[in-house]
Structures are given as structure tokens and as C-alpha cells.
Design a binder for this molecule. Structure first.
Ligand SMILES: Cc1cc2nc3c(=O)[nH]c(=O)nc-3n(C[C@H](O)[C@H](O)[C@H](O)COP(=O)(O)OP(=O)(O)OC[C@H]3O[C@@H](n4cnc5c(N)ncnc54)[C@H](O)[C@@H]3O)c2cc1C
Length: 242
């Protein structure tokens, strides 16, 4: 697969004022790069080598967070990760103006390209493909009902907070259900696991809904069993997990 260069043009830190736990970054790439909402790219940096093959680069899969209509930009979001990996490098060393190397896009976890009513479910950094789907759907069908369930450990790692709040302000049918699962005195919103909130949620016409889930395998599996208990079928459920 062909590699292409990218230049970092924006970095947002989470939390913004204490020690960084996660980052979102925008990378300028050739205008010819195009992707579907939900797909991922492989990213590398010249200074991060593969431990087993030190003359080779270390590559990491990262879902694309922006909408496909934003040409020439790939937006990513990640937590810190362990030392020696790409996420750790990005969160500790990367600066605006630095070069990254990319491959792709690839992946089959993509949003249906016809009018429907997505229920988007993100666990932590699983928000990356999910926000791409939200942006794309609301941009293409602005009057579509879109429900987001987004679980955070704490509010200081609320990736894409400003972008999501802006989307919600622009689209009255975009419902955000952001929940925090750990002790956090600064949070005034929902608490506890997504499963519990799904059980009492009004999905409207259930036949129109398609669920897209992204997050840890355990969390995704548990949530899917609740979705099925609620009467949704397998072909209404699409997932990505890592
Ligand atoms: C489709 C897909 C999309 C994804 N999207 C995202 C996303 O949007 N955001 C996100 O945060 N995560 C995402 N992930 C998860 C991410 O790709 C993994 O967590 C990946 O491992 C991150 O790579 P890394 O280099 O940061 O860390 P790791 O690969 O976990 O490396 C961390 C540690 O392992 C060591 N290590 C790595 N390779 C070797 C080796 N060969 N031998 C010995 N030690 C080694 C490293 O030195 C380092 O210490 C996605 C995964 C998939 C499959």
C-alpha cells in the first residue's frame, strides 16, 4: 500500500492545562486522499521504530475522525499508550509542523451511505470513527435523527468536546448522551455505563435505527447484548473494536 507524507497542522491536548492524557491532531495530507466515514489509516513517524525490526517503522492503526468532505486533512484522536509506541510519541513529542507518514484509508466499518437514523456508541477513544460518522451524516442529511452515546472515564479526557457541542448546537435532532463512569466532581452530566442508559431510551421507530459501536471488545460485546435484548437484530448492528 502506498505511503504518503502528512504535516501536523493542529494539536489539541486533553486535559488542556495539566499533564496530557490524550491528544487530537490534524494532519495535512495530499488532497487526493479520500475515505469513507468510519475508516482508519496507518500512521508512523521516522523516530519511532519497530522494536522487533529496528530498521523498520512502527505503524499504528488510527481511525479517521473528520468528515470525508474536509479534503486534505486527516484528523486523529488517541490516548497516551505505552512508551515506545506511536500514541506515546504523539502525546509526548509531536509538535505542529512535524511530519508523519500515512497509509490507507482502509476498513469496512463504514456508515451506510443512504438516509437512515444512526445510533452512535463510543467508548473512550472509540469516538474517532463515530464522530466522523456523526459529522458526515449530519452534513449530508441535516434533518436526520442521530443519537450519540459516548462513555468517558472522566471528563478531562472528553475528546472532541468542542466539535460535538458545536454539532449539537447546529442540529436539534442530534442528541448527545455523554456519560462519565469514574468519580468526577466536575461533571454535571450523565453517569454510569451506556448499557443502563440504553435500556430506558426512546429510539422512536426501531426499524429505522442502525447501531454503530466502537471501543474495547469487552465493552462493545456487553453493549451489543443489551441492544439485542431491546429487540434489535444483528443486521442493525455494526462494530469496530480494539
Ligand atoms: C481499526 C483500528 C482503529 C484504531 N483506531 C484508534 C484510534 O482512533 N485511537 C486510538 O487511540 N487507538 C486506535 N486503535 C488502537 C491502536 O491501533 C492500538 O492501540 C495500537 O497498538 C497503538 O499503537 P502504539 O504504537 O501507540 O502502541 P502499541 O503498539 O501498544 O505499543 C506500545 C508498546 O508496545 C511495544 N511494542 C510494540 N510492538 C512491539 C514489538 N513488535 N515487540 C516488542 N514490543 C513492542 C512498544 O514498544 C510500546 O512499548 C485502533 C485499532 C484498530 C485495529
Amino acid at each position: 500500500m502506498e505511503e504518503y507524507p502528512g504535516k501536523v497542522v493542529e494539536i489539541i491536548d486533553y486535559p488542556s492545562s495539566q499533564s496530557i492524557k490524550a491528544r487530537t491532531i490534524k494532519i495535512a495530507v495530499p488532497e487526493t486522499v479520500s475515505f469513507a466515514p468510519g475508516q482508519f489509516v496507518m500512521v508512523a513517524n521516522q523516530s519511532v521504530k519497530n522494536k522487533s525490526f529496528p530498521d523498520k517503522l512502527k505503524w499504528a492503526s488510527m481511525s479517521v475522525a473528520n468528515a470525508p468532505s474536509e479534503k486534505g486533512i486527516i484528523e486523529l484522536g488517541m490516548d497516551m499508550g505505552e512508551e515506545g509506541g506511536i500514541r506515546h510519541f504523539v502525546c509526548t513529542k509531536l509538535k505542529v509542523g512535524d511530519e508523519m507518514i500515512l497509509k490507507g484509508p482502509m476498513g469496512n466499518f463504514v456508515c451506510k451511505d443512504e438516509p437512515h437514523q444512526p445510533v452512535l456508541i463510543a467508548l473512550g477513544t472509540g469516538i474517532t470513527p463515530i464522530i466522523s460518522m456523526a459529522r458526515h451524516t449530519l452534513e449530508t442529511w441535516p434533518n436526520t435523527k442521530v443519537d450519540l452515546f459516548y462513555s468517558l472515564k472522566t471528563s478531562e479526557i472528553y475528546l472532541f468536546k468542542d466539535s460535538l457541542e458545536k454539532l449539537a448546537a447546529q442540529h436539534p435532532l442530534f442528541a448527545m448522551n455523554v456519560t462519565v463512569t469514574r468519580e468526577d466532581n466536575s461533571w454535571n452530566g450523565l453517569r454510569g455505563r451506556i448499557q443502563e442508559h440504553l435500556k430506558t431510551y426512546d429510539f422512536g421507530d426501531k426499524t429505522k435505527r442502525i447501531f454503530y459501536l466502537c471501543g474495547s471488545p469487552k465493552g462493545v460485546t456487553e453493549i451489543i447484548s443489551v441492544i439485542k435484548e431491546l429487540g434489535f437484530s444483528d443486521d442493525q448492528i455494526k462494530k469496530e473494536q480494539w
